[in-house]
Design a protein around this ligand. Structure first.
Ligand SMILES: *Cc1c(COP(=O)(O)O)cnc(C)c1O
Length: 251
């Protein structure tokens, strides 16, 4: 059979080396005599693998020590909902750049959880087609709990290459650009990504969260989306997607 290449954004291709290793280890992972899907996430061998995957991500992105790295479920859209519930109060105003389909979904989700979602900037017709409004025309709120944007609008093809210069903590949906270039994590409050474009299988998600923003989640936040609780439990408050975590680690 000839090998095809799927250029669709997501779920995207996984490295052949990763698939081959997963295939080789499928029936007998790490000498355990069973697959990685058939052992407890509390098993020392599994925990070791899981922590190694986290450390590898920390090393690759140079994540500072005052950031939590969380391995979660519910993909990118799960984070649209988790972000406002974890780092904004129900009375808060939050700023969002509206630059395409994914920003739009994020905005409509945030509207459920905070009193005001301010559209700080949008896409407009420019000389060469659609472009993001110049930062000098953005209408930032005085006391926004955070500023959210999507650096790479996967469907619309609009990208913002500079990290915005704003006062509020910056939240970025990096589902389709994380790990594609060096990144100064310290400039962000929260970086999140659904896994299926750049990291691993769908349904899995990664959130990198500045610890300063934790501590006051909204009362109704579901426990599996509670960053603080997940951080305390090493992203194993509930049973994680063990196979996705393993594959992401290999990637
Ligand atoms: C694909 C994508 C999502 C959606 O991810 P799901 O895992 O399907 O929820 C969100 N944001 C961006 C930028 C994406 O490319």
């Amino acid at each position: 059979m000839s090998q095809l290449f799927n250029f669709s954004a997501g779920p995207a291709m996984l490295p052949v080396e990763v698939l081959k290793q997963a295939q080789e280890e499928l029936l007998n992972w790490n000498g355990q005599g069973v697959s990685v899907m058939e052992i407890s996430h509390r098993d020392p061998a599994y925990v070791h693998m899981a922590r190694e995957a986290e450390q590898d991500l920390r090393d690759l992105l140079n994540v500072p020590d005052d950031y939590e790295v969380l391995f979660l479920q519910g993909g990118g859209r799960g984070q649209f909902s988790a972000v406002p519930q974890n780092i904004a109060s129900p009375h808060a105003t939050v700023d969002y750049l509206d630059t395409g389909i994914w920003s739009g979904f994020a905005i409509r989700e945030a509207e459920k959880f905070v009193s005001r979602v301010n559209i700080a900037g949008q896409v407009q017709e420019g000389a060469k087609g659609k472009e993001i409004q110049s930062p000098k025309d953005w209408k930032l709120s005085e006391n926004a709990a955070y500023f959210h944007y999507c650096p790479n609008e996967t469907v619309d093809g609009i990208a913002l290459h500079e990290i915005p210069d704003v006062k509020a903590p910056i939240v970025a949906d990096m589902s389709s650009n994380i790990l594609s270039e060096p990144l100064d994590v310290s400039k962000f409050g929260v970086i999140y990504a659904g896994a299926q474009k750049n990291i691993g299988p769908s349904g899995f998600a990664i959130a990198i969260v500045n610890k300063k923003l934790l501590g006051q989640p909204q009362k109704q936040v579901s426990s599996i989306m509670d960053y603080q609780l997940q951080a305390k439990d090493g992203s194993m408050y509930n049973t994680p997607n063990t196979f996705a975590w393993y594959l992401a680690g290999l990637v």
